[in-house]
Design a protein around this ligand. Structure first.
Ligand code: ADP
Ligand code: MG
Length: 705
């Protein structure tokens, strides 16, 4: 349970003075809320950090103030001068003075009563705003602050400037943040004094306070000490939570799954090729994990075309050799079927019984499949997320492979594990997205990784070129020549911007156009709106080399494997992200023949777009591309976090991110090595950290265990 001292922070922001039902709606727009949080809470005000400051520290005398600058003045009110009757455009002026001279405070469209209440004649006020000289008179139009000497503290000398939304004023946020600060419990600190001192960073409490009550412009800079400290805390919470989940998962006893090599040998003999060195290494790493009395959780990372499927198959064979079952889950129906088709002939030779379960299997065949699964007559079940359905019961699932996992959310990943005999199966996740190391760490922590570092022997790099759509006719002519020589071509139609016709319409139009040129029956069409059977037929015709050109929307992005296809044309390539282009391009270059990729783009290509496409032409290295993509578009995009709804960092997206992340990872490791259940005094404080950054699911694990 959350420490009760934190409850005031988790109350609705409406609990703060000045925030009511109307403002809460605006706040919701201005604040970056974590998924699932419907209404801003007090805590969210704390994590909404300023982007700069307004400096009101200059407190000159009126006569020596520099026109055009922001100043804070102490003045006596002399006289009110209302505009002449009937003249709405003339301002209301209030004459004030200090020892050195006179100044007029100027109000347009002023509500007279308001001004009179704020500035009673004869009294002293502190005012702050931009000072100007007008016809040799000093004046200040609409001062930002007018306060009495007693309320002097309400006038922030360094005023934080928050990201706003229309209708929301900075003053409201300042006030709300200050109240939120007061609700922060005293003396929460999880880092040892020696660490704080060595870093030269503030304590947690002081860091939050400096961000919302800056004493220096550097206090609100993302590279400044307070922000860096909080970024570190957010990353530490992230790494600690991941490590807890992972340790907890792996600590659970798994049954050692040991193969005898019998089926694996038959499979390797049936293969028309030799495994690459990294494929063999990956298989033995997985075998070692399965053999250990702990649960396995490993990521198989390999660029497109590196041959992950066969690694998965050999690993699944181990489970079957041990007398258990395995599952392979793909994100789309097309992929699941393709896996089944690739695996079926090999499985048959090796004596493996496979089953296929997608949303399309229904009625009696489905019931029969499920009953064979329950009785153990199916060794390997391949499918989509239909595998999660509750009536899918294995006799003894020991090993689950999740392909292209970034398409699945965290919950789905966990759901498959629970299908295992003792509520947990060994899990291998595979991804073709070359996830940069930093992203791996923030999403999985320090997880075991096998990496396929080389492409199968004999593969030539794909030759990539770019061309303007003006040259469409030339392009089609060249393609016609290639088709005549036996080539097969993917033609990917553009992502559509909202003001244009639909993605589908564009693909249909291109399909009709190319059919006109190439003739009936030569050009296939694949798009997301098609029925499953129609998709299969289209894919099968292309795989069998009956159709030569396959016009498709991005549904072919992930995993599709037709080795004879050697040309990829991508229309409006400038609209795709780099990682996506790389995925698409990876559909070709899957045999020992030279493959080509042509990036078609608008004739007026912008500077960045030009750079991006040029980069695609220059490198085939998925990791380089992913790093670049990360730089250009941010992490969530690369991992497909948008689909899976995972939160990004609220604070930690700062200069030095990687170094901070690594330090946080090491710190988390050390903490858990000495205090695995966070029971020491520091451990208790760290639980507070997990609650503050809402990574507290990990804390629940202690109770479950
Ligand atoms: P991905 O890693 O993108 O999922 P696949 O598993 O689909 O790659 O493999 C791509 C192609 O490479 C398939 O046609 C597969 O049969 C072939 N392949 C896999 N391993 C090898 C190898 N060691 N030598 C030659 N071809 C291989
Ligand atoms: Mg694949």
């Amino acid at each position: 349970m959350r420490p009760s001292a934190l409850n005031p922070l988790f109350a609705s922001a409406q609990a703060l003075t000045g925030i009511g039902p109307r403002l809460i709606v605006l706040l919701k727009k201005a604040l970056k809320l974590p998924p699932g949080v419907a209404e801003p809470r007090v805590l969210d005000m704390l994590w909404h950090l300023p982007t700069g400051v307004i400096d009101r520290r200059a407190e000159p005398e009126v006569a020596s103030a520099v026109p055009g600058t922001i100043v804070t003045l102490k003045v006596r009110v002399l006289k009110h001068r209302a505009p002449p009757r009937g003249n709405n455009r003339a301002p209301y002026k209030v004459a004030c003075e200090d020892e050195s001279g006179r100044i007029d405070l100027v109000f347009f469209h002023a509500e007279r009563g308001f001004v009179e209440r704020q500035l009673p004649v004869g009294e002293t006020r502190y005012i702050s705003g931009r000072i100007e000289r007008y016809n040799d008179v000093m004046q200040m139009t609409h001062p930002d602050y007018i306060v009495t000497p007693e309320n002097r503290a309400d006038l922030p000398l360094l005023e934080p400037v928050y990201p706003l939304t229309a209708g929301l004023s900075g003053k409201i946020l300042i006030k709300a943040a200050r109240q939120a600060l007061e609700r922060l419990p005293d003396a929460v600190e999880w880092q040892p004094p020696s660490w704080i001192e060595a870093r030269g960073w503030p304590t947690f409490a002081s860091a939050v306070s400096h961000l919302h009550r800056p004493e220096d412009a550097g206090d609100v800079s993302p590279g400044g000490a307070p922000w860096q400290r909080l970024a570190y805390d957010e990353l530490l919470a992230n790494q600690l939570a991941l490590a807890l989940v992972r340790d907890n998962y792996k600590a659970q006893r798994g049954r050692p799954v040991t193969g005898d090599g019998r089926i694996q040998r038959r499979l390797t003999t049936a293969l028309p090729f030799q495994l690459t060195a990294s494929q063999s290494l990956a298989v033995s790493e997985i075998a070692a994990d399965m053999n250990a009395p702990r649960r396995m959780l490993r990521l198989l990372l390999g660029d497109v075309g590196s041959g992950k499927t066969i690694v998965a198959l050999l690993a699944m064979a181990i489970a079957v050799e041990a007398g258990a079952q395995a599952a392979l889950m793909a994100p789309t129906e097309v992929l699941a079927r393709q896996h089944a088709e690739t695996i079926a002939p090999l499985a048959e030779k090796a004596g493996l019984r496979i089953g296929l379960l997608t949303g399309r299997e229904k009625g009696k065949p489905r019931a029969e499949l499920l009953s064979r699964l329950a009785s153990g007559e199916v060794d390997i079940l391949i499918g989509t997320h239909a595998l999660f359905q509750s009536d899918v019961v294995f006799r003894d699932l020991a090993f689950a492979v999740i392909d292209e996992q970034h398409r699945f959310g965290v919950h789905q990943r966990l759901a498959l594990q629970t299908k295992g005999a003792d509520g947990g199966a060994n899990v291998l996740v595979m991804t073709a997205t070359p996830i940069p190391r930093t992203l791996l760490m923030t999403h999985y922590g320090d997880l075991d990784v096998s990496k396929l570092t080389e492409k199968p022997a004999g593969r030539k790099p794909i030759k990539t070129t770019m061309a303007s759509t003006d040259r469409l006719t030339d392009v089609i002519e060249r393609i016609r020549a290639n088709v005549a020589e036996g080539a097969q071509i993917y033609w990917v139609c553009p992502l559509i911007e909202s003001n244009e016709k639909s993605e589908l319409a564009a693909a249909e139009e291109r399909h009709a156009h190319l059919t006109q040129i190439f003739g009936e029956g030569v050009v296939g069409l694949l798009h997301g709106g098609m029925s499953g059977t129609a998709k299969d037929k289209t894919m099968a015709a292309f795989a069998a080399n009956e159709t030569k050109v396959l016009v498709a929307t991005t549904v072919i992005e992930v995993g599709v494997n037709v080795p004879n296809a050697t040309i990829m044309v991508i229309e409006h390539a400038e609209r795709f992200g780099l990682a996506q282009l790389h995925q698409l391009r990876g559909r070709v270059g899957r045999s020992d023949r030279q493959s080509f990729c042509l990036l078609l783009h608008v004739s007026q290509l912008g500077d960045t777009a030009d750079k991006r496409l040029t980069m695609m032409c220059e490198t085939d290295d998925g990791f380089k591309i992913a790093e670049k993509d990360l730089e250009l578009r941010g992490g969530g995009e690369v991992l497909g976090a948008r689909q899976s709804g995972e939160a990004e960092f609220r604070i930690a997206d700062v200069p030095g991110f990687e170094t901070l992340l690594e330090a946080a990872r090491d710190d988390a490791k050390m903490i858990l090595a000495t205090d695995p259940r966070l029971t020491s005094p520091r451990g208790e404080a760290l639980k507070t950290l997990l609650y503050l950054f809402e990574r507290d699911e990990a804390v629940q694990l202690f109770r479950a265990a």
